[in-house]
Design a binder for this molecule. Structure first.
Ligand SMILES: NC(=O)C1=CN([C@@H]2O[C@H](COP(=O)(O)OP(=O)(O)OC[C@H]3O[C@@H](n4cnc5c(N)ncnc54)[C@H](O)[C@@H]3O)[C@@H](O)[C@H]2O)[C@@H](O)CC1
Ligand SMILES: Nc1ncnc2c1ncn2[C@@H]1O[C@H](COP(=O)(O)OP(=O)(O)O)[C@@H](O)[C@H]1O
Ligand SMILES: [K+]
Length: 518
């Protein structure tokens, strides 16, 4: 699913209005109707007090229209207009008149700040700023936002929490509404996925307001949100008359004394996503544990016992994964340098391979184009230096991927794969995955898919999605705490199966109902 910029949303509005011969006011009515239905299906006429805070732009217009619909259904509504500018939008004014026609008079809030108290059991609808926010709110408006945040009431934000920008970080925490739920129109917003800005919302849902699908399909976007349909479309079916040679031969290079387990995890994950053959190259101390734990995997050992001092690549290997448990020994640095000078195969670089490259940046030029880097944020910082906000981190990630002409898999709660100027944001995964070795599993999965012939971007996006999905399936029975990297590998099969499970129409309705009740 594409993630549009604020400019593209406005273009999509205009395009839709022209193509279907509707008015912008009709589009606003459609949006408000969807928000009203969402609330009405949950509150079912409950007399709870609802405070609707509106701005003076189109987000405020949405709020006024929702307030009118609530009033028409006899809800207990109070409406406020946070009067931060005289430049009211046309559709705001239309909806202000409609509200007054129904004898619902909003209270206007200005810098004198006559604020009505909000009970902790009340509901707030936040329609103060939408995606048109283009500067920090004034101090008195921040006080209104703080008043709402301090109330303890359930806060539902329309489109985006007020005060949150589309493409930059807020300058202060106080400037933003903390939303329990955001009902966002048509496409999710980038800020919902970044650690610094996602903290302003607990949960988001999309409402389809009928923007033209063709426009959205053709819009070139910098970010996409990756769900089941996108990943299922990447899947390459296994062929009846295939053999192990059809599915590639991957080599995993890693391990040092005390860290052979990292290679076991990666190699097992490589096999479990379907690679035809998997070999490992480890220090001599890794021979017994690997041969014992993974009978399917071939093992080649270094002449050194505790660390790797050279890399030997068996014939017919078509992808190499490097780095897990590797260590930073001088021998290993020399081994990596010599290997990179000769190597032409695509690489999946993880953990200490990334740390060695950070400490010896001239080696980065030797990494072949079309490789995959899988850093966690600290490893990425070692590669590119610090950043001042998540948005700057994204720019650095995009630049790194462009310079290396490779996929950058920037790991986190929402892992983002960058390639060719686009960031693919993953939708699966959970905090149970914050456990040692889960990154090794991901690197192995990426490698196993490349071995089978998936291109590097497809392999990275699909591995990231399945890795998170496996963990999501596992926690439904074992909970977050008991999730381990090994359990993520065990669940890979179930994740593949889930990818092609069709929801029965009846179940779908039931699930929507269950979601609604959550
Ligand atoms: N396609 C869609 O997604 C649709 C969106 N609609 C709504 O329209 C909203 C966008 O509306 P607008 O573009 O009018 O913008 P907003 O309602 O977000 O902003 C209001 C106005 O305030 C000004 N402003 C921005 N920051 C300010 C600040 N810090 N202090 C004072 N004034 C400031 C802006 O110039 C803008 O004109 C969306 O978020 C959504 O709620 C719907 O009405 C219909 C369709
Ligand atoms: N809170 C979280 N929510 C979702 N996924 C997470 C979370 N924490 C970690 N992960 C995932 O777990 C993996 C951790 O990788 P990494 O930090 O390299 O672990 P390790 O070095 O122990 O193997 C990444 O794929 C990351 O996206
Ligand atoms: K809002």
């Amino acid at each position: 699913m594409k993630i549009l910029s604020a400019k593209q949303v406005h273009e999509a509005d205009n395009f839709t209005i022209q193509k279907y011969g509707i008015t912008s006011d009709m589009l606003m009515e459609r949006a408000a109707d969807q928000v009203f239905n969402w609330i009405h299906s949950r509150l079912q006429g409950n007399p709870i007090k609802i405070h609707v805070f509106c701005g003076i732009g189109n987000n405020g217009g949405d709020g006024l229209a929702v307030a009118r619909m609530l009033k028409e259904h006899d809800y207990n509504v109070v409406v406020y207009v946070v009067n931060y500018s005289e430049k009211r939008s046309k559709d705001f004014l239309i909806n202000l008149d409609r509200l007054k026609e129904r004898k619902l008079w909003p209270e206007f809030i200005d810098e004198n700040l006559h604020l009505t108290s909000i009970g902790k059991d009340d509901v707030v609808i936040d329609a103060i700023f939408g995606i048109g926010l283009n500067r920090d709110p004034e101090p008195w408006v921040v006080k209104v936002l703080s008043h709402i945040n301090a109330s303890g009431a359930f806060v539902l934000s329309v489109d985006i929490p007020s005060g949150l920008f589309m493409e930059q970080a807020p300058s202060s925490e106080e400037n933003v509404i903390k939303a329990d739920v955001v009902l966002s129109f048509q496409t999710p917003k980038l800020s919902f996925f970044l650690p610094e800005t996602a903290s302003y919302l607990n949960h988001w849902e999309l409402l389809d307001i009928g923007l033209d699908p063709e426009f959205i399909y053709n819009a070139p976007t910098e970010y996409q949100y990756i769900g089941k349909p996108e990943v299922a479309a990447l899947y390459r079916p296994r062929l009846k008359f295939s053999h192990k040679g059809t599915y590639g031969h991957a080599l995993i290079v890693g391990g040092s004394y005390g860290k052979i387990g990292a290679v076991q995890l990666a190699a097992k994950a490589t096999l479990t996503v379907g690679a035809g053959l998997v070999s490992t190259y480890v220090p001599a101390c890794g021979y017994m544990p690997l041969q014992t734990a993974l009978p399917e995997v071939m093992v080649i050992t270094d002449e050194q016992n505790k660390q790797i001092s050279a890399v030997e690549v068996p014939e017919k290997v078509n992808v190499i994964c490097l780095g897990m448990g590797l260590g930073l020994h001088d021998d290993t640095k020399i081994a990596l340098t010599n290997f990179l000078k000769k190597n032409k195969l695509p690489l999946a670089l993880d953990a200490d391979a990334l740390n060695l490259l950070s400490a010896n940046r001239q080696l980065l030029k030797l990494v072949p184009e079309g490789s995959v880097f899988t850093p966690h944020p600290k490893e990425f910082e070692r590669l590119v230096g610090t950043w001042s906000s998540d948005f700057e981190k994204l720019e650095k990630a995009k630049k790194f991927s462009a310079q290396t002409k490779s996929v950058l898999v920037l790991k986190g709660a929402h892992t983002i794969c960058f390639y060719n100027g686009v960031g693919y944001i993953n939708s699966t995964g959970n905090p149970g995955m914050a456990t040692g070795g889960s990154g090794d599993v991901l690197a192995g999965m990426v490698t196993g898919l490349i071995a089978q012939g998936y291109d590097v971007l497809a392999a990275s996006v699909m591995a990231t999605y399945l890795h998170g999905l496996s963990a999501d399936i596992a926690v439904t029975t074992i909970g977050y705490e008991a999730l381990t990297a090994s359990k993520i590998i065990e669940g890979i099969g179930a994740a593949f199966v889930e990818l092609f499970k069709r929801e029965q129409p009846q179940q779908q309705g039931q699930q929507q109902q269950e979601r609604a009740e959550q």
